[in-house]
Write a protein that binds this ligand. Structure first.
Ligand code: GLU
Length: 298
């Protein structure tokens, strides 16, 4: 299988300039290393009708090209089920009946890192499970043998983070993001994962899961986010932050693209032109404050 990078948006709404900047970087990382670039729609959760088409239109408008068709996670249930079944057969999963509230209120296990699942359901007997099953459906958790793992990241270097008994399938039957992303990246031949650095804390879990599934761990590059003037992650309420809003304010897509390229030290113009001078080591490591863009009448 040829190597590939990817962009994997969740179709929960329109992409904002922060998402578009990450997409440009993912594209540059992949294309500058001769990789394919794949587009995967992560629609297992929070999908809004129409959002996928808007997102793909905006990605194309800033010059992102991708190979092959769109892969949608909702079409891939059997692949996820197979991975979970394999882990279960190896004794690496267990059923969990905890509500979110029960998890919050449970005393944390000794030495357990902050935010880790406290292990309430890890050692239930079959009889205890049968009683709980009658009350509510089970989620499936990984029976992790470690509490932390270290990954290598192009921008962050060596990064160590928590690995707990994280959820693989939610109790409503929906496959959890951490499982789906690992299975999909492997099945699609993706060996380079470029995404926002808000996902860096999930990465040790994903790398550990990959090792259990005998899947090679991809190269990771977690890129800094775009933030508003208060330092908070950019959101719709921060004004004109989508291509549609910006176009309505009189700002053409090319100008938005050039502003995003400038924010990572790259020349204005079509993204292909940036390929020749793209240098991952030169990328900024700090969040970029969205300066806002004024239209011609402002
Ligand atoms: N679907 C995730 C998001 O939009 C990205 C997941 C990933 O790149 O691994 O935040």
């Amino acid at each position: 299988m040829t190597s590939a990078g990817r962009f994997a948006p969740s179709p929960s709404g329109e992409l904002h300039v922060g998402n578009l900047r990450t997409a440009i970087l993912a594209w540059l990382f992949a294309r500058s290393t001769g990789r394919k670039f794949l587009m995967r729609v992560e629609d297992l959760d929070r999908a809004r009708a129409g959002a996928e088409a808007e997102q793909l239109r905006d990605l194309a408008a800033i010059g992102i090209t991708w190979d092959g068709g769109i892969v949608r996670q909702t079409d891939r249930g059997p692949l996820y089920a197979e991975a979970i079944a394999g882990l279960t057969a190896a004794g690496l999963t267990y059923e969990c009946f905890c509500t979110r509230r029960e998890i919050q209120e449970a005393p944390s296990a000794p030495h357990a890192p902050q935010g880790a699942y406290p292990g309430t359901c890890r050692n239930l007997s079959e009889a205890e499970r049968a009683v709980k099953r009658a009350v509510r459906p089970a989620a499936v958790r990984l029976r992790s043998a470690v509490t932390a793992a270290t990954v290598q990241d192009v921008l962050h270097g060596s990064y160590t983070g928590v690995v707990d008994d994280f959820v693989l399938r939610r109790n409503d039957g929906v496959t959890a993001y951490n499982l789906a992303v690992v299975v999909d990246d492997a099945a699609q031949g993706i060996d380079q994962v470029v995404r926002g650095d808000d996902l860096l804390p999930s990465t040790p879990r994903q790398a550990y899961l990959a090792s259990l599934l005998n899947i090679p761990v991809p190269e990771y590059a977690h890129v800094p986010l775009v933030v508003n003037a208060d330092g908070a992650r950019l959101a719709k309420r921060d004004g004109a932050v989508t291509l549609a809003d910006l176009a309505a304010a009189g700002i053409p897509v090319g100008q938005v693209r050039d502003t995003l390229l400038a924010s990572v030290g790259l020349p204005a113009g079509p993204v292909e032109q940036a390929l020749a001078v793209f240098e991952p080591a030169a990328l900024p490591r700090e969040p970029w404050i969205w300066p806002g863009m004024a239209g011609p009448d402002a």
